[in-house]
Design a protein around this ligand. Sequence first.
Ligand code: NAD
Length: 461
Amino acid sequence: MPLTTAAPNMADILQRQRTFWMTGATRDLDFRLTQLKCLRQAIVNYQAEIVKAATQDLGRPEFEGYFEVGAINELDYVIKQAPKWVRPRKVSLPLSQLPGSAWIQPEPLGVVLIIGPWNYPFQLIMSPLMGAIAAGNCAILKPSELAPATSNVLARLVNDTFDPAYIAVVEGGVDTAQALLAEKFDHIFYTGGERVGRLVMQAAAAQLTPVTLELGGKSPCIIDSDIDVATTARRVVWGKFLNAGQTCIAPDYLLVQEDVKPALLEALQQRLEECYGPDPAQSPDLARIVNDTQFERLMGLLQGQIVVGGEYNRGDRFLAPTLIDNVKWDAPIMQEEIFGPILPILTYKHLEEAIAAINQHPKPLALYVFSRNASVHNQVLQQTSSGCVCINDVILQVAVWDMPFGGVGNSGIGAYHGKFSFDTFSNLKSVLRKPFWLDINWRYPPYEGKVKLFRKAIGLS
Ligand code: NAD
């Protein structure tokens, strides 16, 4: 029976998963690989529905709908690498610990909860899920109610593919999320905004459950004067306006070296027209704002010196790609994550100013820097802190599966992707094995006469 009814009994679903987990079936690598392959096949089977749902929920162009299906790219990597990740990881012992051997033995955590957001509503449930499966866990998935078409497809896909005693979807809104959070899980993986992230962490604290929080924030994009202007404009326009700016690692604002601003502004305007035509409302390549609440929030940010864009249509929640020039740090748009197709432009004279301004704000999820000059790259890398950095491009760092993806400070706790997901959903158990054949007396009472030797052993003279 599908577990997607309006008021599912959370404790019941959880109990069934715990019972299944206790059988030990998920500890078997072949079982995990089979499930991952089933998931891959299910995504392939459902691809048209997934893309269609992204269009229904977010007005996504077909091309951008395939970003959701793109989860299979990481899945293939996980299927290929998981046999290596499950192996015990040998650790060398210090001389004082010999004879013996030591290793790190990954083991599954148990039953985990994955809560997803609306902006990449399929992909951001699938990506942690594949890590949870590879690591040998059972999982309950709570997709965002604000992307209802995707939530529905995801629930059907999962119910068709897995026994709910292993992987289950619970659809619903805030009440459902809160009811789930009242239960005891072995890990909670949350992707979404900072406000709810705090609530998730509070609920997890009550149960002493570990959390991964994948949050957002304002990701700066520094643009030095030594750049290829046209290429910079192409990349920034793509990364900012795909999914109508509703991307957690989209460049939130530009910090432009003042000498290059006139040329960059012109290139950005030209690029916007090349991508979306003279009337972006007619473009088939622009997504829409997810709901009226988000739309009205963005309307409130639409003020200042709009140099291009600003047109909107409440009826279909369309907001044209918009550039706002001469923005000051105290403007309303600089007080919150924009998460929409509005790009404020601020300037700096010396790089130190830009770095100081960034450092006065919470640590961002992503930071971008465009420059031909390696000393600029190094200065930014050394003097700022962020979850990730991409130099001379945007967004693409998220799809390098060997790199951890996560925030720092207010932009998140923990990280995932590829092996980092596997580790996030594993207990990395330390094991030391000693033989019986040597048992030197130095550590046992009576201690008399042993202090000097012990001091020497720990490194004191
Ligand atoms: P959202 O409103 O869909 O919320 C996310 C999830 O939290 C949903 O499943 C929702 O049901 C649940 N939720 C909402 N209120 C809750 C409550 N009171 N208690 C418990 N659960 C609750 O998504 P959102 O927060 O608007 O998502 C946008 C934010 O997510 C942005 O800040 C963005 O930067 C961030 N984000 C981060 C990443 C990342 O990978 N770091 C990815 C995507 C989005």
